[in-house]
Design a protein around this ligand. Structure first.
Ligand code: URA
Length: 433
């Protein structure tokens, strides 16, 4: 087989065969295909697309390009959740313990944040001592014993995706629905769960800007999951504004704890209950309505919060900080950002808030950057709320006062204050099963 023929075929808008796609992914994995030919192929996919069948074959080949986690030694239907990425998205810290407290085992591999979006692994590492890197047997044993373990992604999970993603990132070929679907699903399939719930974000802070595009991506991923024998559900949620009020690693742990203690902001609670009801339904715990009640009970009786503490302790973390999580950020210096005008907050762009938080030290610009767990932003006003001139819009937490001016500018540029209340957008746009 020759790569030039596959490029020509895709350039002409034809579908590749299973054999051709498996050969291509084998060549990506063993490094025998040069980057220039792969880049040309990826660009052809951007313009010509891929059929569902091609995407499913490519995903399967990518999922099998490295380690595949075998969860069969754990009893029950193992469930996982994947978010396509956002700002203030601390849902894993809330719904993983809820699911486990309701009897659905969660063996989860999460990612780090890059750019304006946060990552679960960085949030968990804000808890002193928490180990996000465990050997495979300890990972499995923790799930068998506690019903839950959340770690970072193993280095050799879907290595073909790792190589292709790095190439897509620098060749303008990220924004293709089949390529995104194959990239995400290859890692999820390799991670071994029986049931997968996808939180597909749409809006200014997400890859997909409209609910329609998000639904197309969600359907593609759900179909791939089915083709690989997994139970699937996808929820399309709003990422025009950050989820919840706290953005930053220690701050987000604190907000997750608040929700698990029956407090916390309504938007975050609602998205978590919607997602975890789907996880519990896939795990066979009842109908959607019954599962929502189960989840609410696990919050109300404290069992979900206890499960989070149990997980943290089992992974070497200091679970006592969860009793007073403000200690995770209160040593940072705090700066108030005042509203430049009165009126209504009409827009609060999630991407801008994410970039402001990154400037304060909560995220990385390069893979090597160190994260300050105490850095971040507390939003006191969000889209749809009235504000007076000079009132505090947000508080900036940082140990880098030299960055405050730039962060404040970025935050204010992301906000539009106008005379009228904006139209209220739904929090959950759609559910795909
Ligand atoms: N996340 C991924 O893992 N892959 C993509 O292509 C986009 C988002």
């Amino acid at each position: 087989m020759r790569m030039i023929d596959l490029i020509e075929k895709k350039k002409a808008g034809k579908a590749l065969s299973e054999e051709e796609l498996r050969w291509l992914i084998a060549g990506v994995t063993d490094g025998s295909l040069p980057d220039y030919q792969l880049s040309a192929f990826l660009m052809a996919v951007i313009f010509r697309g891929m059929t569902h069948q091609e995407t499913a074959w490519m995903t399967d080949a990518m999922a099998k390009s490295g380690d595949q986690v075998d969860l069969s030694s754990i009893d029950g239907i193992k469930v996982d959740k994947h978010s396509t990425g956002g700002v203030g998205d601390k849902t894993t810290l809330i719904l993983a313990p809820i699911a486990a407290a309701c009897g659905a085992p969660v063996a989860k591999m999460s990612g780090r944040g890059l750019g304006h979006t946060g990552g679960t692994v960085d949030k968990l590492e804000a808890i002193p001592g928490y180990q996000t890197s465990l050997d495979r047997e300890t990972f499995l044993e923790n799930v068998r014993r506690h019903g839950i373990c959340v770690v970072g992604q193993s280095g050799n999970l879907a290595p073909a995706d790792k190589k292709l993603y790095a190439l897509r990132d620098v060749t303008g070929t990220v924004d293709s629905i089949p390529l995104i679907a194959a990239s995400i699903m290859s890692k999820k399939i390799a991670a071994g769960a029986d049931g997968i719930v996808l939180d597909v974000k749409c809006g200014s802070g997400a890859f997909m800007k409209t609910p329609e595009d998000a639904a197309t991506l969600a359907r593609e991923m759900v179909e791939i999951g089915w083709a690989c024998g997994r139970k699937m559900a996808a929820v399309i949620t709003n990422m025009d504004i950050p989820l919840g009020n706290f953005v930053g690693n220690g701050l987000e742990v604190a907000e997750a704890v608040a929700v698990l203690r029956g407090q916390g902001p309504e938007d975050l609670k609602e998205v978590c209950l919607t997602l975890v009801s789907q996880m519990l339904t896939l795990a066979g715990k009842g109908t959607e309505e019954e599962c929502r009640i189960l989840a609410e009970k696990a919050i109300a009786d404290g069992s979900a919060f206890q499960k989070l503490k149990e997980m943290v302790k089992a992974q070497g973390g200091d679970d006592s900080v969860l009793e007073h999580p403000e200690c995770l950020y209160e040593k940072a210096k705090v700066f108030a950002v005042k509203a430049p005008a009165g009126g209504w907050v009409q827009k609060m762009d999630a991407e801008g808030i994410g970039r402001a938080s990154m400037l304060l030290g909560a995220g990385r610009e390069t893979k090597e950057d160190l994260i300050d767990p105490a850095a971040g932003i507390v939003l006191l006003k969000k889209t749809g709320q009235p504000v007076r001139e000079g009132e505090t819009l947000a508080k900036l937490y940082t140990n880098r006062p030299d960055r405050v001016k730039a962060a404040e500018k970025t935050l204010l540029e992301s906000c539009i204050i106008g005379e009228k209340a904006p139209e209220k957008l739904p929090l959950v746009f759609d559910l795909i099963r």
